[in-house]
Design a protein around this ligand. Structure first.
Ligand code: IVH
Length: 676
């Protein structure tokens, strides 16, 4: 029935076209236009047709990506044009030197146009297309020859098996990077730990390992992506500019980085570098620097190549975000509320721009998740301005004398039993008021700037006061005499008097600061402010039961429970009475009487402000009824963003939240009758 077969052939071709289109939208453009179910329906219809009519099979069909029989070994491939590497620079100065050499060689006075691209942290790949069909994928190898990994490459969804559009050269080699996005890496590594008990150190190693599989069915299950950054051999002339070449490759269905930009002159290049460095932690994949390429291909040809790197391109590297180091010890620290936190003492290592010698391990669950032992070699990660974390253990380097980490039964500071409440990950010291570590942390918190703001009462003096038995709790501070203080190690008469005066001054405060200073569990500044506003006086607050506490904005059963537990302890009630008797006082709380212009509006502040600090802005907004919060969510009503705003601004924009700049804020505060 040839007509029938012709009709089936037609349907098969149409399905393939449609699926290629959807693959491109989904994997290359990141912008699908069809629901998953519809896509699945098309794919299973195509599978069905191909199974029923083997003569309709086509090796480039979208069904042919799952991987096939395993190979015995990879075949060597000689690169027709060598795959070059890049010279690195590590500083602005070195980059200026590179630009100067480029201009000198070209005899160019003016600024050079550079194509700026992220340097993807993955594995270089060569893709050969003939008549628009992918015929070979090869690794870089030593640059002169690599390995044929076509079967593996075909399983990567963002690599088109056929080029889209038209006008491509009959033979075209596309070059780019294969990498594993962070999200894919995390889930893949979690699975690897569960099934094989081992993990990959970083996304680059995971990508490299995935491409080296002789069985392409394994590669097919790895979350790999491809991004094109150039061309190798081509049977026809390509664009005259690197930036145009990338646009051309995009039209042919290849993925190129959405971050590519043309910049003219060094200053613009450095600006691009700084901008992307600032966003680095929020990109979906690792990048380890910026590649700057002279945009004009004619100029590239004039500059030529030296050794194995072109003279027309350079990689300006970012500071490393991950380094390897050794866990010399794990110690347990006791916090203000008795929480016992394991901390890794590390052999000092320079990572993310600072030297790191300690890293929190959070809790015992985290240690179990990492599988960490004392003596282990670990990867320390510090991305952006985030605190350093132990990302993973390098199991291959575990020494024979590594020892497991166990939670102590007794508090390392006071010897009281350590408790671990069912369902809670945090372990706590049960010696609340007798534990010197908790006493110290409670004093530190009480004296801190945003609590009672006692100038000069730092960690060292607190240690001395406790050691000398001059104070045991925060109420004792108000009994201190200058003479007794002056007798303390290294504290002169003058400092002693100043400190006593600072303590005296702290008696005059606000109810919200005082509530915050008490250090009740999970009562941060925002909650303390809400409590002060809601109850108005200390007496009504202390008298409130959990039901009434939960009527306060943002106070749920957990926080209400902590507050109730705090006051259920007779010793805390006594402490409070002693503080009030010591003369701590505050002005009556002005309730915004439900009438503030920002009543009920949740406001977030981000970036820097010129005319006031963020705290001042928060205070003034709160006085108008706003609820000032730290993070943007769908409930946020307004974001005030100054220069340097980052992810909060982006998030607010995607959520369609109102965004004000400082000028707008000042105008508003002015209208409300405040001075600005
Ligand atoms: S161009 C002639 N562009 O970096 C220049 N390479 O250190 C050759 N890489 O082997 C490469 N992102 O694997 C170029 N946007 C980019 C890149 C990039 C990552 C890798 C590539 C290369 C290595 C050289």
């Amino acid at each position: 029935m040839p007509e029938d077969l012709a009709a089936l052939r037609h349907e098969t071709e149409r399905l393939r076209e449609e699926l290629r289109h959807h693959n491109h939208r989904y994997y290359v453009l990141d912008d699908p236009t069809v629901a998953d179910a519809e896509y699945d329906r098309l794919l299973s219809r195509l599978r069905e047709l191909e199974a029923a009519h083997p003569d309709l099979l086509d090796p480039d069909s979208p069904t042919q990506r799952v991987g096939g029989a395993a190979l015995a070994a990879f075949v060597a491939v000689r690169h027709e044009l060598p795959m070059l590497s890049l010279d690195n620079v590590f500083s602005e100065e070195e980059f200026r030197g590179f630009d100067r050499r480029v201009r000198e060689r070209l005899g160019e006075e003016g600024d050079i146009r550079y194509c700026c691209e992220p340097k993807l942290d993955g594995v270089a790949l060569s893709l050969l297309y003939e008549d628009g069909a992918l015929v070979r994928g090869a690794t870089r190898g030593d640059g002169a020859s690599g390995e044929d990994i076509t079967a593996n490459v075909r399983t990567i969804a963002s690599i088109p098996l056929r080029l889209l559009g038209e006008g491509w050269p009959q033979r075209l080699e596309v070059r780019g990077e294969v990498y594993m996005p962070r999200a894919g890496f995390e889930s893949f590594n979690r699975r690897a730990l569960e099934t094989e008990g081992k993990t990959f150190v970083n996304p680059r190693n995971a990508a490299a390992g995935s491409l080296r599989q002789l069985d392409s069915r394994i590669t097919a299950q790895r979350p790999l992506e491809f991004c094109a950054y150039g061309a190798g051999v081509s049977s026809a002339a390509l664009s005259g500019r690197q930036s145009q070449l990338l646009a051309q490759l995009r039209d042919w269905g290849l993925r190129c980085s959405p971050e590519v930009k043309v910049a003219t002159g060094v200053a613009a290049c450095l600006e691009y570098y700084a901008e992307l460095l600032g966003r680095r932690a929020r990109l979906p994949h690792d990048i380890d620097g910026i590649v700057f390429k002279v945009d004009s291909i004619a100029l590239q040809e004039r500059l030529g190549t030296v050794a194995r790197a072109p003279r027309w391109a350079v990689a300006h590297k970012f500071p490393a975000e991950e380094e390897m180091t050794r866990v010399e010890d794990v110690e347990f620290q006791v916090g203000r509320t008795g929480a016992i936190t394991p901390v890794a003492r590390l052999a000092p290592v320079f990572v993310g721009g600072v030297t790191v010698s300690n890293a929190t391990l959070h809790n015992m669950d985290e240690i179990a998740r990492l599988g960490l032992m004392r003596g282990d070699t670990v990867i320390v990660r510090r991305a952006g301005d985030v605190i350093p974390q132990v990302a993973r253990v390098v199991m291959e380097r575990r020494p024979l004398d590594a020892t497991p980490v166990t939670l102590p039964d007794q508090c390392p500071a006071c010897g009281s039993p350590v408790e671990r409440v069912e369902g809670e990950v945090v372990a706590r010291c049960s010696g609340t008021l007798v534990c010197p570590a908790q006493q110290r942390e409670a004093l530190r918190h009480f004296a801190s700037r945003r609590a009672m703001d006692i100038d000069g009462l730092g960690e060292r003096i607190i240690e001395h006061l406790l050691a000398a038995g001059l104070v045991r709790d925060v109420a004792d501070l108000y009994t201190l005499q200058p003479d007794a203080l002056a007798a303390l190690d290294r504290l002169g008469q003058k400092s002693a008097v100043n400190l006593v005066m600072a303590i005296a001054r702290s008696r005059e405060t606000t109810l919200e600061r005082f509530l915050y200073a008490l250090g009740m569990r999970e009562v941060g500044e925002a909650t303390a402010r809400a409590l002060a506003r809601h109850f108005g006086t200390l007496e009504t607050f202390v008298a409130a039961d959990v039901t009434r506490l939960q009527q306060v904005q943002d106070v749920g059963p957990v926080v209400a429970g902590h507050i109730a537990a705090f006051f259920a302890d007779q010793r805390n009630r006594e402490l409070l009475a002693r503080l009030v008797a010591a003369g701590i006082h505050w002005p009556a709380v002005e309730k915004p009487a439900g009438g503030g212009p920002l009543e009920g509006v949740s406001v977030v502040l981000t970036g820097t402000l010129d005319s006031m600090t963020r705290d001042e802005a928060a205070e003034r907004l709160a006085a108008l009824g706003a609820r000032v919060s730290g993070s943007v969510s769908a409930k946020t009503g307004l974001l005030v963003a100054g220069p340097g705003a980052g992810s909060k601004l982006t998030k607010a924009q995607t959520l369609g939240i109102d965004v004000w700049d400082e000028a707008r804020l000042l105008a508003f505060l002015h209208e409300q009758g405040g001075s600005s």
